[in-house]
Design a protein around this ligand. Structure first.
Ligand code: PBG
Length: 323
């Protein structure tokens, strides 16, 4: 007898039947950037098809997204004025708070996740409050609590702290619990690397650090045991979902962590990963749809349950066309 593994590849039916991993809009999250003003839809040169929207324009965009069956969004706010403390981030009239309130008034079938960090809001562009030009970790925790609480009071459905501040999950869980917001989950950017793949995002949110870099709080790309350590700490502190970021150069980290935990694992397919594909596609060098789907599927295969990706809208458009 000949053993024929190709039998399971012979027709599209048997291939679909025996497929191990699938992409679904249930698992995809679409990031969105909001700015102050009216009637604003700014292109971002390094991220084709991604925009900065003012709230009025964002509402039109969200209408389109919900019609495409996109279920989850991740919001980033870009305030007009930045200061040392990033005060706009915890102001009840801050850009993100106003945005959440307006979305919630109109869309009840959309899950709103909000990024909790300071880099978009501080004049120095670092992810926390500084003392002598260094992040004061423990002082930052107090401000993170204010920021997270104000997001949830505005209507955020999930808090995603991304600053790699020690103790951030514990601090946020405790302030939410104290305010009886016991059912708001925390998705922690647990293993977030000091990556050059964030370059285009920093154009999008105007958050490049004004001096130094983020290597004192984000992880060294050379490390993988450290990612496991960070994830375990966050789970212990009460994270509901943990994340690896970036995604495509870190498939080994996703695989390793998935094997060790029993809660959902997210990954962030970041701006540079998106822009590289767009650039190659715009040159006609690759088939964008096929490469995109193969990359997203590779994240699933590695072990990600949830994928945050700028490709979500393109993917949704494609599957809606064939539905
Ligand atoms: C920090 C944050 C960053 C990203 C998401 N949240 C940037 C950073 O750490 O500099 C990067 C996302 C991307 O590159 O797409 N608030």
């Amino acid at each position: 007898m000949m053993i024929r593994p190709s039998r399971l590849r012979h027709t599209s039916h048997i291939r679909d039947l025996s497929k191990e991993n699938n992409l679904s809009l249930n698992d995809l999250v679409y990031p969105l950037f909001v700015v102050e003003g009216k009637n604003v839809k700014n292109t971002i040169e390094s991220m084709p098809n991604i925009y900065q929207f003012s709230i009025d324009k964002l509402l039109f965009e969200i209408d389109e997204l919900t019609k495409l069956n996109i279920k989850n969004i991740l919001l980033f706010g870009i305030p007009n004025t930045k200061d040392e403390l990033g005060s706009n981030s915890f102001d009840e009239n801050g850009i993100i708070q106003k945005t959440i309130i307006e979305i919630k008034k109109r869309f009840d079938n959309l899950f709103i996740m909000t990024d909790v960090c300071f880099c978009e809001y501080t004049s120095h562009g670092h992810c926390g409050i500084l003392k002598n030009n260094l992040i004061d970790n423990d002082l930052t925790l107090k401000y993170l609590q204010k920021q997270a609480l104000s997001h949830v009071e505005a209507g955020s459905d999930l808090i995603a702290p991304s600053g790699m501040i020690d103790g951030m999950v514990k601090a946020i869980r405790s302030i939410l619990d104290q305010n009886n917001l016991i059912n708001i989950p925390i998705m922690s950017y647990s293993a977030k690397y000091a990556s050059s793949f964030y370059g285009p995002f920093r154009d999008a949110v105007e958050s490049a650090p004004q001096f130094g870099d983020r290597k004192m709080y984000q992880m060294d790309p050379a490390n993988s045991n450290e990612a496991v350590k960070e994830v375990f700490i966050d789970i212990q502190e009460g994270a509901d979902i943990v994340m690896v970021k970036p995604a495509l150069s870190y498939l080994d980290i996703i695989f390793k962590i998935k094997d060790k935990i029993n809660i959902p694992l997210a990954c962030y397919n970041v701006s540079g990963e998106y822009s590289m594909v767009k650039a190659a596609a715009n040159n006609g060098w690759i088939n964008e749809d096929l490469v995109r789907d193969e990359l997203l599927l590779s994240l699933k295969r590695a072990g990600a349950d949830i994928i945050i990706s700028y490709f979500t809208k393109d993917y949704a458009k494609k599957i809606n066309k064939y539905d």
